[in-house]
Ligand binder design. Structure first.
Ligand SMILES: Nc1nc2c(ncn2[C@@H]2O[C@H](COP(=O)(O)OP(=O)(O)OP(=O)(O)O)[C@@H](O)[C@H]2O)c(=O)[nH]1
Ligand SMILES: [Mg+2]
Length: 271
């Protein structure tokens, strides 16, 4: 204790030390929970990461796709400094997790580089990367180049880098816009234009990336096929045909499960 310190000052100092310890422990806990959450999510759902230049509309697009009011878009730099995850459903009722990321910038302030890269580590573990672009921005091509360069810097697995889905956002601000000769999907996240087409494209890409397909299989009701499918695949719809003692079952199934199914039940036909 310093000679000039009063009792109140000592208590304050001790409390400060304690607060620091608690804060550190909280940070560790938060990190641990984040990692656990990430592992859990990855096991259960395909993960789609939204990346793009800052202000291109990532958060708005996720909100439009998930209808989640909790995702509040903000028109300012780094409105979202942490990576956030939101669940959405694809047309075949496959659930996906959309990961919101921090927007890219050409000249990132040095003090932010570390948090920035930390939030992007998750991108490498996703099943699909969606590159959102603001096509109404005068520097949209430069922004695209910046984002692609940064993505290359993340050393993503080649299949992930090769399958990046490009979304051209804010087309409501560019009358008569149509993406020139590319595979891109044109949308207005704000007005909801182009979302059905985007969902279809997302589904295609997600199923392909995760080695799954949507099939309708004719199964005999007397056999074990239906319960097998319930266990090994995602059953979406069962259409019973009483006179045939059978059902048409629509499933989302992995390639490996489908080949096991065909071996086990060679009599079942794909419709
Ligand atoms: N006109 C129009 N504005 C849009 C569209 N999508 C997003 N915006 C607006 O663009 C601004 C930025 O949108 P955000 O969704 O916050 O962008 P972001 O990519 O998440 O930005 P950061 O998190 O900072 O990287 C907001 O003011 C949105 O309302 C769109 O399709 N059309
Ligand atoms: Mg955002």
């Amino acid at each position: 204790m310093g000679s000039g310190e009063s009792l109140v000052q000592v208590q304050r100092r001790l409390l400060k030390d304690k607060e620091l310890k608690i804060r550190k422990a909280l940070d560790r806990l938060r990190e641990k929970r984040r990692l656990l959450g990430r592992q859990r999510r990855r096991r259960e759902f395909p993960v789609v990461s939204m990346v793009g230049y800052t202000n291109c509309g990532k958060t708005t697009l996720i909100k439009a796709l998930t209808g989640d009011d909790a995702v509040r878009p903000q028109d300012r730099l780094f409105a979202t400094l942490d990576v956030t995850a939101h669940a959405g459903w694809l047309p075949s009722r496959v659930a996906v997790i959309y990961m919101d990321t921090v927007g890219f910038l050409s000249q990132l302030p040095h003090s932010l580089i570390e948090s920035f890269s930390a939030t992007l580590e998750d991108v490498a573990h996703s099943d699909l990367v969606v590159h959102v672009r603001d096509v109404s921005h005068p520097e949209t091509e430069l922004q695209k180049a910046t984002v692609l360069a940064a993505l290359r810097g993340l050393r993503l697995p080649a299949p992930l880098l090769d399958s990046v889905l490009e979304v051209h956002n804010k087309v409501d601000l560019v009358p008569g816009y149509s993406p020139s000769g590319s595979q891109a999907v044109a949308v207005s996240a704000l007005l909801g234009h182009g979302l059905p087409e985007l969902r279809a494209r997302l589904e295609d890409a997600v199923l392909r990336a995760t080695g799954r397909q949507v099939l309708t299989l004719r199964v005999r009701l007397a056999g074990a096929q239906l319960s097998w499918l319930h266990q090994e695949a995602t059953v979406q719809d069962v259409d019973v045909i009483p006179e045939a003692g059978a059902a048409d079952v629509r499933v989302v199934i992995s390639s490996s499960a489908y080949s096991r199914f065909r071996k086990l039940f060679p009599e079942s036909a794909s419709q």
